[in-house]
Design a binder for this molecule. Structure first.
Ligand code: MOS
Length: 755
């Protein structure tokens, strides 16, 4: 296939779903209304561990309008095998079964569903359900469980963790400079704007049409079929619009199970919508405790790299945050070892959250690199260039493409890095201390099998269909652009249908792989239509395209044009004249595994941050961030920019605000609301500058893309933490960097110990 042309690709096209979203026509999972819809409200466990002894439904049932109080003791039949509750993104272990039996594994676990004619009635009656528990002591503090940490027997993916190379301990003991530091990151919750919600529509023929907030309709479809023993064609899951997810919607969440359970049991349509507080009872980013050991020569060359992480898991699943693999891929170092361990606590299983592992692991290694830069007296940017790697030593392979040097160069230019004075606390403006910090970002360039269908109607309109999702990332828009580009159509002649398990299957929308995976499928399906069109064109009487091959022509402005001879052209309308049937192509796009495996595929970035600390008020703010990204071809300058900008905001949140706090006496998240779980708001966000450097990627997929969703958060927290140190001379090694950690802390000793 020829490389795609760029009449539409790359342009800053506004979101095609934008008008529907801002006018309220885009419907979200909990907004689909059907006649006779009942409403379920979740009763959440108040204990974190133990069992339910008794459920007193009498007061709740007595409320007029209450239809049922469903719990483990009266629910309809469900599968008993844990395996039936697994899903495409489940970690190793025994998946939790909602409302299955009396056992409680985490605070906030749903223990009953009150179903009523009205939402308010269900909510009120839920307060009247009397649950008697037999509580056991819950352990939720990771720090008390470190001696019980274990290496998970089964890795989620190969390559986690990569094998050690060389002899790191020997190299460390010989290194003239040796730095060992421990960094901590807290539990964080995704907190998308749209809460999880599900509307399960019961059809008279026993079919279940389910609108759920999810990143993978096919994943939820399989989950429901397995648990409720339903034939494939009896269930359809739709998720046309998703109001943010960040990974929280990768696994099927319990609103889906509960809505389906109630609909099947009551034979009527039921909606279950979670409250914001209940959003803190599903997956989250685990807590990490990470120790970095860096050995270096006096000139800053790394001679040893060691990274050890401990993260929390639940009692029943081994969710492993891929915290450490990045360390071995970022810099050239022959003696390196990384490892990650889990320790169990009485919380729900953690899950992927934007750039899982990368966001937290790169924070630690990039802060340690900053500490090393002071220890050897070398500019932080120069230190990274000195240790630049042309190989991914984890995999022993060259990078398919790596324009990171350009990211460093253009990012530093745009930021004005050369104005930085090396000494901490040396830059000041009025009563503000000013700090400059930087970090490298890295993320996977992934591609997985995905299917799509392209249908060109006789009237010249194109429909693209795939079961993938748009979680706010711009998937609708880039798929529209790819279709328009391939067939030379204006954007408004292309319609994209996604978020529906009835459509050609696609993997969950995550890992920043959708453009590379589903985009390739759309491109290839459209290419088949091009072939058919050209064949038909060649058969027309007096055709100007006689004998033309696909490589000889361009589809542009509604025409097929002979390359190099503008006089030989044919409008698509003429090719389609008299056609009664649409031209359709449906296929599964497979990566070329052989070529793909010859290289390491990573997205890179260089992040520069300026922070300012008002010494009188103690106010810390991130005044500027420049994020320079190398992610292959950029399909849409605007949506890609928004992706990185949004992720930088996430990085600012991670650095300064976000932390879910547990009251260990009750094993419960206590700041489960937006008053006390702080996310950055408008007033926290100042200048964010996003640059995409040119990068040619030709091995991963025919589009030449690598994906831009997650790279924006990786490295951002480190750049900010490093800037805070530069501004203040205070090194805070546990996120978030809140004022209390800066106040009253004396600058710790920064000199590295002798090796
Ligand atoms: Mo993303 S954490 O792969 O939704």
């Amino acid at each position: 296939m020829t490389l795609i042309s760029t009449n539409t690709i790359g342009k800053p096209v506004s979101r095609v779903d934008g008008p529907a979203k801002v006018t309220g026509q885009a419907k979200y999972a909990a907004e689909f209304n059907v006649p006779g819809l009942a409403h379920g409200f979740v009763v959440s466990s108040t204990i974190a561990k133990g069992r339910i002894k008794k459920i007193d439904r009498s007061a709740a049932i007595a409320v007029p309008g209450v239809i049922a109080v469903l719990a483990h003791d009266n629910r309809p039949d469900v599968a008993s095998e844990h395996e039936k509750y697994t899903d495409a993104t489940a970690p190793p272990g025994l998946p939790w079964r909602p409302l299955y039996d009396e056992e409680i594994f985490f605070s906030g676990q749903p223990v009953a569903l009150v179903v009523a004619e009205e939402f308010e009635v269900a909510r009120f009656a839920a307060t009247l359900v009397g649950i008697e528990y037999e509580a056991e002591e819950a352990i939720t503090d990771l720090d008390t469980q470190l001696d019980k940490a274990f290496s998970p027997p089964k890795k989620r993916l190969p390559g986690w963790d990569p094998d050690p190379r060389g002899d790191v301990d020997k190299a460390l003991s010989r290194a003239p400079i040796h730095i060992q530091r421990t960094y901590r990151t807290p539990i964080e919750h995704h907190n998308p704007m749209e809460n999880f919600g599900c509307t399960a529509v019961w059809e008279d023929d026993g079919r279940l049409i389910v609108y759920d907030k999810t990143q993978g309709a096919p994943n939820c479809h399989k989950y429901l079929c397995n648990i409720f023993g339903l034939a494939k064609e009896k269930v359809r899951v739709l998720s046309p619009y998703v109001g943010g997810a960040f990974g929280a919607g990768l696994r099927p969440n319990y609103e889906l199970f509960l809505a389906a359970l109630a609909a099947i049991g009551l034979k009527r349509s039921v909606r279950v919508a979670l409250t914001r507080a209940q959003m803190f009872t599903i997956g989250y980013r685990p807590k990490t405790i990470q120790t970095l050991s860096l050995g270096a020569d006096q000139d800053g060359s790394l001679v040893a790299l060691k990274h050890e992480a401990i993260t929390n898991a639940s009692r029943f699943e081994d969710y492993q945050e891929p915290t450490v693999p990045w360390t071995g891929a970022l810099y050239r170092c022959d003696d390196s070892a990384v490892s990650s361990k889990l320790a169990r606590v009485d919380l729900f299983t953690p899950c992927d959250m934007r750039a899982p592992g990368g966001a937290v692991g790169v924070y630690a290694i990039e802060c340690a690199m900053d500490e090393l830069s002071y220890a050897v007296g070398i500019d932080p940017l120069e230190l990274r260039l000195r240790n630049y790697s042309e190989m991914d030593q984890n995999e022993g392979k060259p990078f398919g493409s790596k324009a990171l040097k350009d990211c460093y160069h253009w990012g530093a230019e745009r930021f004005g890095w050369s104005k930085r004075k090396p000494e901490p606390r040396s830059m000041r403006e009025g009563r503000e201390l000013v700090g400059y910090g930087m970090a490298t970002g890295i993320w996977e360039g992934l591609r997985v099998p995905a299917s799509a269908r392209a249908t060109l109607a006789p009237d010249g309109t194109l429909e693209i269909a795939s079961a993938t999702a748009d979680i706010g990332t711009g998937t609708y828009t880039i798929l529209t652009q790819i279709g328009a580009e391939m067939l030379g159509l204006p954007l408004d002649k292309v319609k994209v249908k996604i978020g529906d398990s009835d459509l050609p299957p696609a993997p969950v929308e995550g890992g920043s792989w959708t453009a590379a995976s589903v985009g390739s499928a759309v491109m290839e399906a459209c290419d088949c239509i091009r072939k058919e069109l050209l064949e038909r064109a060649g058969k027309l009487k007096n055709t100007p395209l006689d004998g033309a091959e696909l490589a000889d022509v361009t589809f542009v402005d509604g025409e097929i044009r002979m390359n190099g001879d503008p006089s030989r052209r044919l409008p698509l309308s003429e090719v389609l004249q008299g056609a009664n049937e649409p031209i359709t192509s449906e296929l599964t796009s497979m990566p070329d595994w052989k070529t793909l495996r010859r290289y390491s595929h990573k997205v890179h970035s260089a992040v520069f941050a300026e922070v300012r600390l008002d010494e009188v008020l103690g106010m810390l703010r991130v005044a500027r961030v420049v994020s320079a990204v190398a992610a292959g071809r950029i399909l849409n300058a605007k949506t890609a920019h928004s992706q990185v900008m949004g992720a930088v905001v996430g990085g600012i949140g991670m650095a300064l605000h976000e932390e879910t706090v547990i009251d260990h006496r009750y094993g419960r998240f206590i700041n489960h609301n937006f008053a006390e779980y702080h996310v950055p708001v408008n007033a926290d966000i100042h200048d964010i500058d996003v640059i995409f450097v040119d990068e040619l990627e030709s091995h991963l997929n025919p589009l030449g893309v690598k994906g831009v969703g997650e790279i924006g958060i990786v490295g951002t927290a480190a750049a900010i933490a490093n800037a805070v140190y530069h501004a203040t001379g205070v090194r805070v090694r546990d996120l978030p960097i809140t004022i209390d950690k800066l106040l009253g802390l004396r600058p710790p000793r920064e000199t590295a110990s002798a090796g």
